[in-house]
Design a protein around this ligand. Structure first.
Ligand SMILES: [Zn+2]
Length: 289
């Protein structure tokens, strides 16, 4: 596996570490650039140099050296063929969320500290729109997942185990071309090898105003930083779709802590072979403990 980190560097301080023609400068050449996007190999020395410059810029200028970040993990064909489990990420996010369109939730069962664990108590209601737009999956900012009719057909035809679907309503009308992928089914416990934090250089478990790692143990942090590690359990060998027992994220606005999604090698192959669009995969690791 080769791991890269894509960073959105604050252009005002990018010269401290990067050449003018390195990466991609965003903004206007006439009125000034604002962001430099760079992609670095996390095993190269520059990964630690960014930590040093990040602290320097914070201490000297009281501002940030980078804002957005994203890990990109690339696998060989052999690594993909040998994988026993995959973590699924959904590329497209959209608004408005279900809550704004009449979807009901019971918040009384959610954790009072982190907000993890609310229950959806009505069918998913959304505003009609082009959120799928040739994709087979998309997710609202509130974590509700919508899949295409093609996706549901492929899952059923291939006898995939562990996925359940619910209806989607636009107003009073049930959508014919999409369904909700329910966040339910076999749960996997995330193992302690999985790393969480605010960003690749900040492993804080809380800030002055927010708690990222819930003392109740249900929410593990603001973001997942490493590949995922899960504890071995019998359902891993009998089902195809799983959600993490614990959540990741923060309750703020529409956002809620979210469960990580996993799939078996069989489901991974079915999605690939049927060219279902909108998914990203990473290899996940099963540990005995
Ligand atoms: Zn909690």
């Amino acid at each position: 596996m080769k791991e890269f980190l894509e960073l959105r560097i604050n252009y005002n301080y990018a010269h401290l570490l990067f050449k003018e023609d390195e990466g991609v400068n965003l903004g206007s050449p006439l009125f000034g650039y604002s962001v430099k996007v760079v992609k670095i190999d996390t095993s190269s020395p520059i990964f630690e140099e960014i930590r040093r410059v990040n602290e320097y810029v914070r201490n000297k200028y009281d501002t940030f050296f980078f804002a957005g970040w994203n890990y990109i993990r690339q696998y060989t064909e052999t690594e993909l063929a040998d994988a026993k489990l995959f973590k699924i990420a959904i590329k497209k996010h959209f608004e408005p969320v279900g809550e704004d369109c009449g979807t009901e939730y019971d918040e009384s069962c959610a954790c009072k500290i982190c907000g993890s664990g609310r229950k959806q108590t009505s069918p998913l209601r959304l505003r009609k729109g082009r959120f799928l737009n040739k994709r087979d999956v998309a997710m609202t900012l509130g974590g509700e997942i919508v899949v295409s009719k093609k996706f549901v057909n492929v899952i059923v035809e291939n006898g995939i185990k562990g996925m359940t679907f619910g209806p989607v309503f636009f107003g009073e009308n049930r959508a014919e071309d999409c369904s909700q992928l329910m966040i339910e089914g076999q749960k996997l416990e995330l193992a302690e090898q999985t790393q969480f934090g605010v960003n690749p250089y900040d492993f804080s478990e809380k800030s002055e105003t927010e708690i990222f790692k819930c003392p109740q143990g249900d929410n593990l942090g603001l973001n997942i930083l490493s590949e995922a590690y899960v504890k071995d359990c019998p359902p891993l060998h009998t089902s195809d779709f799983f959600i993490s027992e614990q959540t990741v994220g923060l309750k703020t606005g529409y956002f809620r802590p979210e469960h990580l999604l996993f799939c078996s090698p069989c489901l991974y192959r079915v999605i690939k072979e049927n060219h279902l669009k909108g998914f990203n995969f990473e290899v996940a690791h099963i540990v005995n403990q």
